[in-house]
Ligand binder design. Structure first.
Ligand code: BES
Ligand code: MN
Ligand code: ZN
Length: 478
């Protein structure tokens, strides 16, 4: 992984990015008079926002901060600019880069560095010739009087968490079974300092988690239910915040089989919600935020094997409610419902679930944001939305009107697991809403969790979406 560190003197033989404003003074960075003049012409006359040239032993990149009326857009512009410079660094085979805050723009410098570090992610585990494909860049140094070294350490932790989560999503289903996923969580817990408990199939049986067990019926591999907990010595919250992540390690659609090739081949991403909540608790624990958090992950694959549940089955869930299961491909809500009902035992102040839950969420906002809905108060919602903006993991809130409750009524059970042809993301949320008795938000990350093409600092494949938004929320509000 990329090392990010604050430095207190600039090494003039290492390539640099001078992050500055139009009028910034660029003396004292080892540039010749001609170079400085060249830069002035490029910036002032030719109105360039980005200039690059090479000296004998290093490359010099000059990146102007293009201030937008809304600061979060400026920051996102810089993350994206960083991904462009990352492409150059890789082509140039640079191993190290120094990012210099020329004009006292600490948050902008951190955002730029974040863009570089997040761009430097690769998943090469299964390549024979890893070294050949490996990006050259290994370390990023940050220089600037106004840069708080704590913020640089924090950025390292956060980027590591995002990249671990991306890797979990990218791992193929023949490696990442539900059991393997729980082992990965245990490794993360050891590394970051949080507690991990894994329920195996017989424990899940004895707890009567009917939704998780039903989805698992068509599978040869057993389900798992993982509880991760981080409790600092003096948490600022009396009641815990509980995160819940959908851990469907592969979604074939079960007996309501998905058509292939277009809709099944990405379905290893169906545990992205689990990767998000594990990544979030990893970052929170490693950064020792003063917040008591618990993360729950119900995990299984969804397959049409032997005893698979069939459309028409009635399932009794963990909390005793019954579900007429009419589509085996609406499996996410079945396993999440059990986890949400289980969360009641913690008397939580807030529960947030993350799930690649519906194609309808993708239809609504594409890859650009997270579809959200829930019962938390407006203040909490606004704080979460602010964190979504800060990190550009933006939240699009759906209506949660009573009308939609009608759509999941069943003739013979307490509810059915599908709604009508419209508002599919909302009816899925409404289903989950039947299992909560606490302030709750649901985040449908089906769009941004997994990309079929690289988008600036978001790689092709797993993106780790949600972790940065959550971390920002916990850091600023607890
Ligand atoms: N895992 C899928 C949702 C999904 C689709 C995630 C595309 C990522 C990309 C989920 O389990 C699913 O199949 N949902 C169905 C629900 C329907 C049957 C009510 C859907 O959205 O089509
Ligand atoms: Mn499905
Ligand atoms: Zn699914």
């Amino acid at each position: 992984m990329t090392t990010i560190s604050k430095i207190s003197s600039i090494n003039n033989s290492q390539s640099v990015v001078l992050l500055c404003e139009k009028t910034s003074n660029l003396d004292n960075y080892g540039l010749s008079k001609q170079e400085t003049e060249f830069l002035k012409r490029e910036i002032n006359e030719r109105e360039k926002k980005y200039v690059c040239f090479n000296q004998l032993n290093r490359y010099v990149f000059v990146q102007l901060i293009d201030a937008k009326p809304e600061k979060y857009k400026t920051l996102e512009g810089l993350r994206k600019a960083a991904s462009g410079i990352h492409n150059m660094l890789v082509q140039l085979k640079a191993e190290a880069i120094t990012v210099i805050d020329v004009a006292g723009n600490a948050p902008e410098t951190i955002a730029f560095t974040e863009g570089l570090a997040l761009s430097n992610y690769q998943f090469l585990k299964y390549k024979k010739d890893k070294e050949k494909e490996k990006f050259s860049l290994k370390s990023i140094s940050v220089y600037g009087k106004g840069i708080n070294p704590k913020h640089v350490e924090e950025l390292q932790i956060l980027c590591d968490a995002v990249n671990i989560s991306r890797t979990l999503v990218n791992e193929p289903p023949n490696f990442l079974t539900a059991i393997q996923l729980s082992k990965e969580f245990q490794k993360m817990g050891k590394e970051a300092g949080f507690n991990v408990e894994v329920f195996n199939k017989s424990k899940i049986n004895s707890l009567k988690m009917g939704g998780l067990l039903a989805v698992n019926l068509g599978s040869i591999d057993p389900p798992t239910f993982t509880i991760m907990e981080y409790k600092p010595s003096k948490p600022t919250n009396k009641k815990p915040v509980v995160l819940v992540g959908k851990g469907v390690v592969y979604d074939t659609g079960g007996l309501s089989l998905k058509p292939t090739p277009n809709s099944m081949d990405m379905m290893k991403c169906d545990m992205a919600g689990a990767a998000t909540v594990a990544g979030a608790i990893y970052a929170i624990a490693k950064a020792k935020l003063p917040v008591h958090v618990i993360a729950l992950v119900p995990a299984t694959d969804n397959r049409p094997g032997g005893n698979a549940y069939v459309p028409g089955d009635v399932i009794t869930m963990y909390n005793g409610l019954t579900v007429e299961m009419l589509n085996a491909d609406a499996e996410g809500r079945m396993i999440l419902a059990d986890a949400l009902a289980y969360a009641q035992k913690y008397d939580p102040m807030l529960v947030m679930d993350f799930a690649t839950l519906t194609g309808a969420a993708i239809a609504a906002v594409g890859m650009s944001g997270i579809v959200t809905m829930g019962t938390a108060d407006e203040r909490t919602k606004n704080k979460l939305k602010a964190s979504g903006d800060n990190t550009f993991e933006r939240l699009a809130e759906m209506p949660f009107w009573d009308d939609y409750d009608e759509l999941i009524k069943s003739d013979i059970a307490d509810m059915k697991n599908i709604g009508g042809p419209y508002a599919g993301a909302i009816t899925a949320g409404k289903f989950l809403g039947r299992y909560v008795n606490y302030p709750w938000m649901h985040f449908d990350i089906a769009g941004p969790a997994f990309l079929t093409a690289k988008d600036a600092y978001r790689p092709k494949g797993g993106t780790g979406v949600g972790i940065r938004m959550l971390y920002d929320y916990f850091r600023n509000n607890f």
